[in-house]
Design a protein around this ligand. Structure first.
Ligand SMILES: C[S@@+](CC[C@H](N)C(=O)[O-])C[C@H]1O[C@@H](n2cnc3c(N)ncnc32)[C@H](O)[C@@H]1O
Length: 219
C-alpha cells in the first residue's frame, strides 16, 4: 500500500485559501437531509481547514474533525474557537481510524479518500463500514477516470492510482481515480443511494476543471 501524505496547507493562501473556507454546495443539502433523519454524530473525515466541521457544528451536530495534516487541525481549532463551537479534532491517518465501531450517524469526506491507492481505498471503505452505525450514511467524492488528472503522465502506482507531480499543496500525494463500475464494486457492502459526476471549474484562469464522482452510501 502506498504511503499517506497530508496536504501542504501552509502554502494555501489568498483566493485559494478562501475557496477552501467556503462550504461546498452539497453540504447544505446534507445538513438538511441528516437533520431530517435525526442524525447527530457527524465526522468530517479529512477536514482540511474545517469549513464543514464548523458548519455542521453550528447546525447542531456532535462534530468530529480528522486530518493527517497538523496545520489543518490547528487551523480548524482556531476557526472553531472563533465560531464558538465545541468540536473533537484529531490528527491521524484515515487508513487507521481512532474511532469506535458504530460511532457515527453520518460522515462527509469531500475530496479526501482518493488520496491513497486501490489497496488503501478498500481499507478505508472497510473502516467507513466499521465506524458507521446501522442506517448511517456517508457522502464522499472520488476523482473520475475521465478527469484531466488521470490522463497525466504522472507515476502510476496501480491501474487506478497516480502520484500527482506538480507545484502546489498536492505535490507527491497519491490520487485514486474511479469509474462507475469500480464504485459499484467498492461499495457493494453498502446501499448506494446516489452517484453523480460533477465537473467543477475552480477559477476563471484555469483551463482545466476537476471532475469527481459524488457518492452517497448507507450502511
Ligand atoms: C482536498 S482537501 C479537502 C478538505 C476538506 N474535506 C474540504 O472539503 O474542505 C484533502 C484533505 O485530506 C487530507 N488527507 C489526505 N490524506 C489523508 C489521510 N491519509 N488521512 C487523513 N487525512 C488525509 C489532507 O491533508 C487534506 O486536508
Amino acid at each position: 500500500m502506498v504511503g499517506s501524505k497530508a496536504w501542504n496547507w501552509d502554502i494555501v493562501k489568498g483566493d485559494h485559501e478562501r475557496y477552501w473556507q467556503e462550504p461546498a454546495t452539497e453540504s447544505y443539502y446534507l445538513i438538511n437531509r441528516w437533520l431530517t433523519q435525526d442524525k447527530k454524530d457527524f465526522l468530517d473525515l479529512g477536514c482540511g481547514l474545517g469549513r464543514h466541521t464548523i458548519q455542521f457544528a453550528k447546525a447542531g451536530f456532535n462534530t468530529s474533525g480528522f486530518d493527517l495534516s497538523e496545520t489543518s487541525i490547528e487551523r480548524t481549532k482556531e476557526y472553531a474557537k472563533q465560531a464558538g463551537v465545541e468540536v473533537d479534532l484529531r490528527v491521524g491517518d484515515m487508513l487507521d481510524l481512532p474511532y469506535d465501531s458504530d460511532g457515527f450517524d453520518c460522515i462527509y469526506c469531500r475530496n479526501v479518500i482518493s488520496h491513497t491507492d486501490t489497496a488503501g481505498m478498500r481499507k478505508i471503505v472497510a473502516e467507513l463500514k466499521r465506524i458507521l452505525r446501522k442506517d448511517g450514511e456517508c457522502y464522499l467524492t472520488l476523482g473520475s477516470k475521465q478527469s484531466w488528472g488521470f490522463q497525466q503522465d504522472w507515476p502510476a502506482v496501480d491501474e487506478n492510482t497516480k502520484i500527482r507531480v506538480e507545484d502546489g499543496p498536492e505535490n507527491g500525494i497519491p490520487h485514486f481515480y474511479a469509474d462507475y463500475d469500480l464504485i459499484v464494486d467498492l461499495f457493494k457492502d453498502f446501499e448506494i443511494v446516489k452517484v453523480f459526476q460533477v465537473e467543477e471549474y475552480i477559477t476563471k484562469e484555469r483551463v482545466t476543471s476537476s471532475l469527481h464522482y459524488h457518492v452517497l452510501i448507507r450502511k
